[in-house]
Design a protein around this ligand. Sequence first.
Ligand code: FDA
Length: 374
Amino acid sequence: HLIVGCGLSGSVIAERIANVWNENALIIEKREHIGGNCYDYVDDQTGIRMNKYGAHLFHTKDEGVWKYVQTFDKWTRWEHRVLSMVDGQFVPVPVNITTVNQVCGENIEDTEEMDAWLSAVQYKGPIENSEDMAVSRVGRVLYEKMFKPYTVKQWNKGPEELDPSVLARIPIRRDFDVRYFSDKYQALPAKGYTHFFERLLDNPRIQVQTGVDFFKYKLEHDLGQFKSIFYTGPIDQYFDGLKLESLEYRSIDFHIERFSDMNYFQPCSVVNYPETNVPFTRIVEYKHFLNQTSKHTVTVKETTNDHGDPYYPIPNKRNMELYECYRQMAVKEEKEKNVHFVGRLANYKYMNMDQAIRNALDLFDRINSKEEMN
Ligand code: FDA
């Protein structure tokens, strides 16, 4: 079997092929390392482990996925916290009672008062886009100060241009809970994500070749030798040259800064900067994760753009309609050539890590039960 891409989706499929079917899996990965966007490494100047492609916090409610990841490596419970810089002060994210009191000058003391405040400010009309959605969740003031400018920076589009789903899941804490996620399982791999991937791929039946691009590879090799192909790259690239336009993606620039002899730069691992007069969207200080120790610290400023590696699909009408055309071509490709499209780029859908694992496990199970029937 050939697997294109050594991110979570490709690696989970390879692991299943090797361990369940006892068959060979060759993974080709165009980057120079395994792990896809989850890849992490230890910074040689500070000794701090950091993610190359943005902070990655594992969180899930899915018992099966949680059990699955634990079979390969040790995970340490980690409750993520995020602050946002609004009007010169750090406020908790997701919005909780403290956030409302700080940003809106309220004096709310308990959940009952918070509920009353929310229902007074929430927009109750029809929901046509992400602006309506956000105002229906947090009201106009928080929307204008926190969600609107951040969304514009993140997507280069106003919330009114984006599908309601983009801001549909803004979590709100009706109490003083400062945790970013409320899932039952929240953890980080004790020795980092790259170590987790090494364990996941630790089977002699799995071979990984990094620095190999599928589109070059297929010109030089006979793909007919593979029983099946699992493609985890961008779906529009796979069908490139077939007349359809390209899908749009948002990308991120990561700007690393090191601070010698500084304990911490900021009060928690992630601080969001929603305001438009600040060019970056957030600052990540990796030292906070798993309370790493170092005499120094390192921060990464993230700025979004639309020219780099594809990170986030942009879910608006044009892209969703275009994706549907690609999806139909993918269905045909699967039937005719046994090519499976798996993962966030091949499905043009933002997926958290647990969703990507679930998606890959379910795909494998579907194929497996078909094979068993034949
Ligand atoms: P992924 O992109 O990881 O892997 C695809 C691989 O295919 C890549 O390595 C790519 O190089 C390779 N590839 C593409 N084209 C190829 C070609 N032509 N030839 C060979 N190889 C090719 N999730 C979460 O649960 N918590 C979090 O905190 C975060 N944080 C986060 C931050 C940022 C900035 C991003 C962009 C994403 C997250 N995520 C996240 C989501 C998480 O990164 C995501 O769920 C997984 O990376 C999905 O794994 P995939 O394998 O589907 O894609």
